[in-house]
Design a protein around this ligand. Structure first.
Ligand SMILES: *[C@@H]1O[C@H](CO)[C@@H](O)[C@H](O)[C@H]1NC(C)=O
Ligand SMILES: *[C@@H]1O[C@H](CO)[C@@H](O)[C@H](O)[C@H]1NC(C)=O
Ligand SMILES: *[C@@H]1O[C@H](CO)[C@@H](O)[C@H](O)[C@H]1NC(C)=O
Ligand SMILES: [Fe+2]
Length: 271
């Protein structure tokens, strides 16, 4: 209903000669075939997860920007900036106000922009086809040093990550993050589609690797055995260590906050 109203307004705008611009988030093609993670993550799960679940976040985000979020100043905001506005405040007069003033809009951005951003990080930066991603070859020296310094060893990192991932209650994510305030790597988890860069979390930390532990990410193959899925992820040579190293480098050099590599394709349409 609200969408119809908006389209009518957009039409009126066209006939009246004014212009409104809206971002239209679309999914990029995956740089691999969905079957390349077999047997660790099955083809059907990978296919549905990107082309159906992730597409739904994009569609609902586009809808929210046209309806619930109309008038909130978000129509042309890049994805990474939308995500960081959730829970954030901005100066207003002598006070601070919510960066997204409308609560329903903020909730929609939290769920849909969060979902799109998290899945972009997972599919495009965390995973790479089986067999070509060897930690010792592909992870940068700087990242390997940081992992050893934070966890003692790669095996300890995996043990910590496993404890965190299996401990998420219900739906959520497990992250390897870099925190500028401590200049350290650590492991953290978020519920639902939250991300550590959201204004909800402090100190600010930047995810360089993420694992989706929603049931839609593993249930077809692993059913209730989330630990087996986590083990397949960590042990299956499917982590994009070169991509993780790149994000680590951006995070330590202060380039992550304005990083656009996680801004998925966005075209603008004009009404
Ligand atoms: C948004 O992009 C999709 C995919 O390219 C396209 O099908 C759709 O028509 C676009 N929507 C608008 C409002 O331009
Ligand atoms: C992967 O799954 C998709 C969706 O079911 C299907 O179209 C495609 O043929 C499958 N690919 C392989 C290699 O099985
Ligand atoms: C890793 O796990 C150990 C044992 O639970 C814990 O003491 C340590 O704080 C964890 N390290 C990090 C960096 O998360
Ligand atoms: Fe997911």
């Amino acid at each position: 209903m609200a969408r119809h109203l908006l389209l009518a307004l957009a039409f009126a705008c066209i006939t009246a000669g004014c212009q409104a611009h809206f971002v239209n988030f679309t999914l990029p093609n995956l740089p691999y075939s969905t079957s390349v993670f077999e047997p660790n993550i099955d083809n059907t799960t990978m296919y549905l997860h990107w082309f159906k679940h992730t597409q739904t976040y994009a569609t609902k985000l586009n809808d929210a920007i046209l309806t619930t979020c109309l008038g909130q100043g978000l129509a042309l905001t890049p994805l990474s900036q939308l995500v960081q506005k959730v829970g954030a405040t901005v100066p207003c007069g002598s006070n601070r106000c919510k960066a997204i003033r409308n609560t329903d809009c903020e909730t929609a951005i939290r769920h849909q922009a969060g979902g799109l951003y998290n899945h972009g990080l997972f599919f495009l930066h965390t995973l790479a086809p089986t067999g070509i991603q060897n930690y010792n070859v592909k992870a940068s020296n700087a990242l390997r040093k940081a992992i050893t310094s934070a966890f003692g060893s790669l095996d300890n990192f995996k043990a910590n990550f496993t404890t965190a991932a299996t401990g998420v209650f219900g739906s959520g994510w497990t992250w390897l993050v870099y925190t500028p305030a401590t200049r350290k790597l650590s492991i953290t988890t978020t519920p639902n589609q939250d991300n550590p860069i959201m204004g909800l979390y402090s100190p600010k930390s930047y995810p360089i690797l993420g694992l989706d532990v929603w049931e839609h990410a593993y249930y077809l193959k692993y059913q209730n055995k989330r630990a087996d899925y986590v083990a397949a992820f960590l042990g299956g040579n499917i982590i994009n260590w070169a991509g993780v190293s790149n994000l680590y480098d951006k995070a330590v050099t202060g380039k992550y906050p304005s990083l656009n590599v996680l801004d998925l394709n966005q075209t603008t349409w004009v009404a």
